[in-house]
Design a protein. Structure first.
Length: 303
């Protein structure tokens, strides 16, 4: 019988310890931004961070979400959200309230990065990224040609994956991300994402109307993070705005149908369009039609 060397036993023990640590890792979901295009002092643009096994995965990067990441890093014991440590960003679509902080994340302290930022999203993401390079051309040149101690001259660049079809787009480190098409007015394509870790399943709707793809993907997930329109607020709009929003977003009455079909462990309301009505109407309207657990999200809420 072949006797294993001490180093082999050490390697096996190390592998077993790492496996145990991974098995015991707990998925954290932190809301980086719960707002809309409407300027708000309390709510950043759309953004969700999912943290698993010491790695952060960001979904949408609306205005203010980099600052929320820093706040979570400093105040919520989430070092994975140090901007230089974030490696993966997934964009649902390219509206400004979902993307304005994407170039900020790419530009923030890039000269101190150890690993490249990767971004996934719809067609047009490469053009958007090229626009970031153009916007920061002078800064990049000054950093590279001045006396800034740059670790890696290529770290200002972002590795881009433009999603060409529905399906799994990321599968590493026990985290799987699946993209699926949703209905967001004349924005095509727009995506939702299903994230699977060893202890959680999470669906992020992105911006969408009622959508059967989403219903299929969200069935019995642990957390469904979904945008919503207050029916009371929407009803007070003129017909043009009613038509516009109804073709792009999900009324509370429709989201209640989604929740009753999918039965998530927790329904999280975000990107709440409430117009002149109190934001809480979205919660009360949903709760009247759906008896599962519902949370009206605020920035930096954790689930």
């Amino acid at each position: 019988m072949k006797i294993k060397t001490p180093m082999t036993w050490i390697s096996l023990l190390t592998a077993a310890v790492l496996s145990t640590v991974a098995a015991n890792a707990e998925t954290r979901v932190i809301m980086l931004g719960t707002g809309t295009p409407v300027p708000s002092a309390e709510r950043a643009g759309s953004g969700v961070a999912i943290i698993y096994n010491n790695e952060a995965y960001l979904f949408d990067m609306g205005h203010g979400t980099v600052q929320r990441s820093i706040q979570a890093w400093k105040k919520m014991d989430a070092p994975e959200l140090n901007p230089t440590k974030i490696k993966n960003v997934f964009l649902t679509h390219l509206h400004s309230d979902h993307t304005l902080d994407y170039p900020e994340l790419a530009a923030t302290y890039w000269w101190r990065r150890d690993q490249q930022l990767h971004a996934y999203g719809p067609t047009g993401l490469q053009d958007m990224t090229n626009g970031y390079y153009d916007m920061q051309k002078m800064d990049i040149s000054l950093r590279l040609n001045g006396n800034t101690p740059v670790r890696d001259a290529n770290m200002y660049k972002v590795a881009i994956t433009e999603i060409s079809k529905d399906g799994i787009i990321f599968d590493k480190n026990d985290v799987t991300v699946e993209a699926f098409t949703v209905s967001h007015g004349d924005i095509e394509p727009a995506y939702g994402y299903k994230v699977t870790t060893p202890d959680k399943t999470i669906v992020i709707s992105g911006d969408t109307t009622y959508n059967e793809n989403l219903v299929k993907k969200a069935e019995n997930v642990d957390i469904l993070i979904h945008e919503v329109i207050s029916h009371e607020g929407w009803s007070a709009l003129d017909k043009n705005w009613q038509n516009y929003h109804q073709l792009s977003h999900t009324l509370t009455t429709d989201l209640a149908k989604v929740a009753n079909k999918t039965k998530p462990g927790l329904l999280v309301l975000t990107h709440v369009l409430h117009y002149g009505a109190p934001i809480e109407t979205a919660y009360t309207e949903i709760s009247a039609l759906y008896d599962g657990k519902v949370s009206l999200a605020n920035d930096l809420d954790e689930y």
